[in-house]
Design a protein around this ligand. Structure first.
Ligand SMILES: Nc1ncnc2c1ncn2[C@@H]1O[C@H](COP(=O)(O)OP(=O)(O)OP(=O)(O)O)[C@@H](O)[C@H]1O
Ligand SMILES: [Mg+2]
Length: 297
């Protein structure tokens, strides 16, 4: 499979390269978002592409936008990405891009956790809480929480790490009304998605949503949704509280990186070929298990 590490589209003005996505302006009210095959771990972009990963992420997001459209409006316009670039650039956008409404990003990320893992597990062991939310005593690693919890994070500038903030801090930053709306919508999205995923034998342990406002101040779901980059996906059949479960997401790469003596700052260490291959296999397995369909070319 061909890979795309970085786009070079000259028919549209470049807005910027994110860690994973390249954004271009389409007129003054839309953007072309191309999901590349770059992989970021611990907020550092690896040097090697994971072939096809961008297509997997884009098609997963599309799948969820469709499934969750009744809960909140989203950024999709329905305009075909192929129609806004030059003919020789079509190959770069095929299967891995969307033309989205250009929104004003809300600078708080909406993290929802249904299970206790990762930084949440560390926080709980130290404080008995996650991001200041008190939890029952005696929870084990990877245990299901009594109810999903909302733990906002301040969106970092490029090269910085996102920072967990309290709900009160979120209210101060964006206003109480919008904060409450974001929390309620994020929890509803998570619950609906988790219920569906369960029918496919997948646990969504946690996830992160991003929202933006249109010119009328209407809140939209944007960016990527419930992908293997923004979520932890666990196979339900090997789930067991007390151990960190195997997963269909980039935990595999993180685990590899943890075996190195690397300070988790750029430059990234080289990824061996077998790590790239296994990571690719995880992403492909994730989309097939989730949607029941193979990746579209
Ligand atoms: N509809 C939209 N309107 C405006 N900005 C958007 C929209 N959808 C997504 N974005 C923004 O585009 C960027 C996508 O790039 P990408 O995800 O690669 O960047 P990143 O956020 O730096 O990386 P990471 O996701 O690892 O934190 C993000 O900053 C995201 O908030
Ligand atoms: Mg992003």
């Amino acid at each position: 499979m061909n890979s795309l590490y970085q786009t070079s589209i000259h028919s549209l003005p470049l807005l910027g390269h994110g860690k994973v996505r390249d954004n271009y302006a389409v007129g003054d009210d839309k953007i072309l978002i191309v999901t590349t095959d770059r992989l970021s771990a611990f907020d550092v972009v690896m040097n090697e592409p994971i072939p096809g990963k961008g297509k997997v992420l884009n098609q997963m997001s599309d799948f969820w936008f469709e499934k969750l459209g009744h809960i909140v409006p989203n950024h999709l316009t329905g305009v075909a990405p192929e129609s806004v670039v030059a003919p020789e650039e079509v190959e770069q956008v095929k299967g891995r891009a969307v033309v989205a409404k250009r929104l004003k990003p809300i600078m708080v990320e909406a993290v929802v956790r249904g299970y206790i893992i990762g930084s949440g597990w560390k926080d709980y062991q130290d404080t008995g809480s996650i991001c200041g939310i008190k939890l029952p005593a005696g929870l084990q690693q990877a245990e299901k929480l009594p109810e999903p919890i909302f733990t906002p994070a301040a969106k970092a500038e490029l090269g910085e790490h996102d920072e967990n903030i309290s709900f009160a801090e979120m209210e101060e930053r964006i206003g109480a009304e919008l904060a409450a709306k974001m929390r309620d919508v994020a929890i509803a999205l998570y619950k609906t998605a988790a219920e569906y995923a369960a029918t496919r034998g997948i646990i969504i342990a946690d996830t992160k949503f991003e929202f933006g406002l249109d010119d009328n101040g209407v809140m939209h779901l944007m960016d990527e949704v419930l992908t293997a980059d923004s979520s932890r996906f666990w196979p339900a059949d090997s789930y067991q509280p007390g151990i960190s479960p195997p997963s269909f997401d980039k935990q595999f790469v993180r685990d590899y990186l943890e075996t190195l003596t690397w300070g988790k700052t750029a430059p990234a260490p080289a990824l061996p070929a077998d790590v790239i291959e296994k990571t690719q296999a995880k992403y492909f397995e994730a989309i097939e298990r989730l949607t029941g369909e193979k990746l579209k070319a």
